[in-house]
Design a protein around this ligand. Structure first.
Ligand code: GCV
Length: 666
């Protein structure tokens, strides 16, 4: 594998050993030497020290301890907590499980790779407790090798409906373990065709093998289920969750599945969503469906993760009362408290669908008696297809920091999904992942920062977007301070720049239907997906106030009243919540129409600046990386230009209001 394809595990030689030469030993405590995860940690340490520093410290093993059987999220966090300290010439890594030791090893290697001083960083004992119990990647890989919303080649799990296990599989496990990922779902939530047979003899052996590879890195294997398996592969005529025959079929099936794939940790289910089957067909609730499966898998200590992305995707655009944004809350909130202990509801953010700017889903902070998990998307479906640079960690920081007012204290999204607010049994964060079989895993090399960043943030929510970007650049591209500064400078504003040249003020969409790349202002306006901007010659925006769809009141106060009032609603979300005249004056002092013109011209100009900054790095970064990103920037500029022109022309022609700066609008 080429160095640049190794991403942050490249372990390139370091000029300065930063205190490591004085270390004689590395002591690992908390799990036995015989544990294969410990074995992997040791291999990693040996390689990393050798390749980066040409050192070969002695490894010794400390006390093993009693360990913790993880029965809930808090146990998992406790088990995966690690501490690192230096005493004299011994670097000691300890934890209550082998996985904790592995994470400690990666922490040390990251410190060295970032050219920080080991003696300084660990002078005082450093303890890291994972912020979230579950830190999960969701692959939308299909068994024919395609990836739904994949922008970096084909699947590395499947070719022609077969599961492939090769060198890349283990490398991937190392890669994601090194950033703290402890759970992976390997197939698309839209389970169709061959994927429905994942839970049959056709795939058991390969899945068992895959599960073992992941388990060697502390990663739990999860599968997506076809809710209607009883019909599609079971020969029954129903998938009614209360039907005795259906329950009996699943019991037998699960006994077989867990016997054949012993490392399996559970399932993710997309039901009653975008044409997928679900309990609604039988007049049952989402809770009925989730609980039926959860009760059965409980016997195997497994969990059911149930998605809340349930909405009416056959809306008539003339219907102004139905509101897709409301749907998650309307469908799931009434049953808060009814979901069994081993069910987690996975809540997509935002409430519409991963747009560049949306308010936080009101289910987060709404539900108080249900295990919940946040779902974000690092696959850049609506954020530039890994052609345009769009570093998403600043957005995720905003989501996590959002105050929901669901309790007196500990009421941010980060608090809720960490399990702290409601003492939930399980919780965490999942990302729809952005990897494929491209030479560099993520298409645009800089999109690797989103994969790296998601893992780092899920593990330690307190890290800043800047710190994460800097680690990524130092570990994967260059440790030259100037180069690091430049690339971090490209990554950090990239999300806001993308937002500027695409859809304005939180309204979202305006994308090419189906592909979701490129501008089409009316692309979804008269379609059935519930995704409208409602622009006419007087104004734009969706009225989600008490006079409109009422969505704003799904939030706790004071958020509800803030969003409900155009004078209080933050500018960046104002068209999500309000239908406003083009002449409405924003907090910024600009009118809506002038804001649209200004941000689009600025966004395009700023994208050009980012591209120019990248060009100036020629010769300072690896040629393959340079060329890859340069080629993407060329395409990004075409896209940004097109968005800028189309949006500005569209709104100039709709409103008839000229740009006050007199710039050229077609
Ligand atoms: C996997 C959006 C995407 C679909 C995706 C769906 C989901 O609608 O466009 O490709 O399906 O979200 O999250 O289930």
């Amino acid at each position: 594998m080429q160095d640049y394809a190794k991403l942050w595990l490249g372990y390139t030689p370091k000029k300065n050993n930063r205190g490591c030469a004085e270390l004689r030993k590395i002591r690992l405590s908390g799990a036995p030497e015989s544990d294969r995860i410990v074995g992997n940690a040791v291999r990693e340490l040996r390689n990393g020290f050798k390749e980066m520093l040409d050192l070969d410290p002695q490894i010794e093993y400390g006390p093993v301890g009693t360990g913790i059987a993880a029965k809930c999220g808090a146990d998992l966090q406790e088990r995966e907590t690690y501490s690192i300290a230096i005493e004299n010439d011994v670097l000691s890594i300890e934890g209550k499980s082998a996985t904790a030791i592995l994470y400690g090893a990666f922490d040390v290697l990251r410190t060295i790779a970032c050219e920080q001083s080991v003696t300084e960083v660990y002078a005082a004992k450093k303890t890291v407790r994972p912020s979230n119990p579950l830190r999960m990647l969701n692959h939308w890989d299909n068994m024919d090798g395609s990836i739904e919303r994949g922008y970096s080649g084909e699947s590395f799990f499947y070719v022609n409906n077969e599961i492939v296990i090769n060198e890349r599989t283990e490398y991937y496990a190392r890669l994601i373990a090194s950033i703290g990922i402890n759970a992976v779902v390997i197939n698309n939530v839209n389970v169709k065709q061959a994927a429905s047979y994942m839970i049959t003899d056709r795939y058991f052996d390969k899945l068992a093998q895959l599960g073992e590879i992941f388990a060697g890195y502390g990663i739990g294997l999860y599968l997506c289920l076809n809710y209607a398996s009883t019909i599609e592969i079971g020969g029954l005529d129903s998938a009614d969750p209360l039907d005795a025959n259906v329950i009996a079929w699943w019991k037998e099936k699960m006994a077989e599945v867990f016997a054949r794939i012993p490392t399996l940790k559970g399932f993710l289910v997309k039901a009653d969503s975008e044409g997928r089957p679900g309990p609604f067909t039988y007049g049952r609730t989402q809770a009925d469906g989730a609980n039926m499966l959860a009760d059965i898998v409980a016997d195997y200590n497994a969990i059911i993760i149930w998605r809340c992305f349930v909405y009416n995707c056959r809306q008539d655009w003339r219907d102004k009362k139905t509101d897709r944004a409301r749907a998650g809350y309307d469908n799931f909130m009434p049953m808060d408290g009814d979901y069994h202990d081993n069910v987690i509801l996975q809540i997509k953010n935002g409430p519409m669908d991963f747009q560049i700017r949306e308010p936080i889903s009101p289910l987060l902070g709404g539900m108080k008696k249900t295990n919940q998990m946040l779902e974000v998307q690092i696959a850049q479906e609506y954020t530039g297809h890994q052609i345009d640079v769009c570093y998403l960690i600043p957005e995720f920081k905003e989501i996590l920091g959002f105050q929901t007012y669901c309790s007196e204290t500990d009421d941010t999204v980060a608090d809720i999904i960490s399990g702290k607010t409601f003492g939930s049994r399980y919780s965490g964060i999942a990302a729809v992942t952005n990897t494929g079989n491209d030479f560099n895993w993520t298409g645009n090399y800089l999109a690797g920062a989103n994969l790296f960043g998601f893992g780092r943030l899920a593990m330690d929510t307190g890290l800043s977007a800047e710190q994460i970007a800097e680690e990524f650049v130092r570990m994967t591209i260059s440790d030259d301070d100037e180069v690091v500064k430049e690339i971090v400078g490209i990554l950090l504003p990239s999300r806001e720049i993308y937002e500027r040249y695409t859809s304005p003020l939180g309204i979202g969409w305006m994308v090419q239907p189906a592909t979701h790349y490129g501008c089409s202002v009316d692309g979804y306006e008269y379609d059935r997906w519930g995704t409208y901007h409602r622009a006419d010659h007087l104004g734009i925006g969706v009225d989600r106030t008490d006079k409109g769809t009422g969505y704003a009141f799904q939030y706790n106060e004071p958020n509800a009243s803030i969003y409900n009032d155009p004078q209080k609603c933050p500018d960046e979300l104002v068209l999500f919540f309000h239908h406003l005249p083009y002449t409405h004056v924003l907090h910024s002092g600009k009118t809506v129409i002038q804001h649209i013109y200004d941000t689009h011209f600025e966004g395009y100009a700023q994208a050009q600046e980012l591209a120019a900054r990248w060009d100036a790095l020629q010769g300072k970064v690896d040629d393959a990386i340079f060329e890859n990103v340069k080629e993407r920037f060329a395409r990004q500029l075409v896209n940004a230009r097109e968005w800028c022109d189309q949006v500005n022309s569209y709104f100039f022609r709709k409103s008839g209001i000229p740009d006050e700066k007199g710039r050229e609008i077609w």
